[in-house]
Design a protein around this ligand. Structure first.
Ligand code: XIL
Length: 401
């Protein structure tokens, strides 16, 4: 019996030591560099405002150095590798959680509005454009020194159908409404890049363009053009003309989802981009699910195809449904690794997460999709693993000094 208890105690000790110290062991090149060793594992929870104590324990005299996640911001670390790190946020999140503005300001170099630049947020039922909410957010971004991404000019969802449905008997009126929307948006917003068209291919059709028949509850602009391809051509032509007219030079993206799991769609998107010089960027949304078989292989294959277009390559809406913080961290690290390995620096359009906190994710809190969680905006394992990975790539000392 006594032997049994001793064995159990020893096992617990070994397991505890392993789980606490695993991520935070001092690499030999930093040993002796950290001077004031402090105690703890470094993997204790850290709040969003980065004022949290990372040590996770009181001083026990242990001189093991502890990782100091407050030393560098994630966006700074990514920028040193040529990755513009972004996050999407909504007006609602911004108004209701002061942590959102703090985290965006500190951790990210670029922001995308989750909804507020969409057609139904800007265009009113009478066809006029109202920029009030988007302007408030854009002003905030400017003050915060954060770049703005434009999402989105041409989409089939979240359209002002009250207005558009009054025009559908006249294709020329639809085209005029689309053109004036594109020009109005390009003139109004100063962005580093636009999603010119979003989700323009239908699913599981080997890359056929989306039509009203393949779309539920959406307003498919292409229905009123000879074909959806003609509408996509028009979108890039209008965006290009508008940029020239207003003296702007954002990257012009074609963006879609499921490019990793639907190679036919991916091929169609890449072919379209290769054949149209007005397309200057290709983007994969990357709304991922950890349960997808061979997800890593699929991500790698997709990145290789996107890079082969020669255009800027952007991961536009990254999130990952999962049930384990460790699995999520591993997958996000893999994505950053592959992005750096496969996408040459001159083609790096950046990586944007589709939100900040699991609790506000469009996928629901139970998807555990993002880098922070809970009402206190606690940094997850994914944050810490990405942070350590980028720190190491940049040759920076991660330890408290
Ligand atoms: C989502 C927003 O996050 C939600 O708040 C909204 O209810 C629906 O749209 N692909 C896109 C994004 O291009 O615009 C979508 O955003 C997510 C899927």
């Amino acid at each position: 019996m006594k032997k049994c208890i001793l064995t159990l105690a020893a096992t617990i000790l070994v397991l505890t030591a392993f789980s606490c110290g695993k991520d935070d062991v001092v690499p030999s090149k930093y040993q002796g560099l950290t001077g004031h060793g402090s105690s703890g594992s470094g993997s204790g929870s850290n709040t969003g405002n980065n004022t949290g104590d990372n040590s996770g324990s009181t001083d026990t005299g242990d001189t093991t150095p502890v990782i100091d996640y407050t030393k560098y911001a994630l966006g700074e670390l990514a920028a040193q590798q040529g990755i513009k790190l972004g996050a999407a946020f909504t007006y609602w999140e911004y108004r209701n959680n002061p942590q959102v503005a703090e985290i965006l300001t500190r951790e990210f170099k670029a922001v995308t509005f989750g909804n507020e630049m969409k057609h139904d947020a800007i265009v009113q039922a009478n066809g006029s454009m109202n920029f009030t909410t988007a302007d408030q957010m854009a002003q905030w971004a400017k003050n915060a020194g954060t770049e703005l991404f434009g999402h989105v000019l041409g989409w089939h969802s979240q359209q002002q159908t009250a207005y558009l449905n009054t025009l559908t008997s006249d294709p020329a009126a639809i085209d005029a409404a689309f053109k004036s929307y594109v020009f109005g948006m390009v003139e109004h917003f100063d962005v580093y890049a636009w999603d010119v068209v979003n989700e323009t291919f239908s699913d599981g059709t080997n890359g056929a363009f989306r039509t009203q028949q393949t779309t539920q509850n959406g307003f498919v602009w292409g229905t009123y053009y000879p074909s959806t391809k003609d509408w996509v051509d028009a979108a890039f032509a209008y965006a290009t003309e508008a940029c020239a007219k207003y003296g702007k030079s954002p990257v012009l993206y074609i963006n879609d989802y499921n490019l990793e799991t639907d190679p036919g769609k991916r091929q169609a998107l890449c072919n379209y981009a290769k054949n149209n010089p007005q397309v200057t960027g290709v983007a994969s949304q990357m709304h991922l699910d950890i349960r997808t078989p061979d997800l890593k292989g699929k991500i790698e294959a997709s990145l290789r195809d996107l890079v082969a277009t020669g255009k800027m390559v952007r991961i536009a809406e990254l999130d990952l449904k999962n049930n384990s913080d460790i699995d999520q961290a591993d997958m996000f690290k893999y994505i950053f690794q592959k992005y750096l390995e496969i996408v040459p620096e001159a083609q790096r359009g950046g990586i944007t997460f589709w939100g900040i906190n699991d609790k506000d994710s469009w996928l629901g809190e139970d998807s555990h999709a993002l880098l922070w969680k809970g009402g206190n905006y606690v940094q997850k394992e994914s944050y810490r693993v990405l942070w350590q990975y980028l720190c190491e790539l940049n040759g920076l000392n991660p330890y408290k000094e």
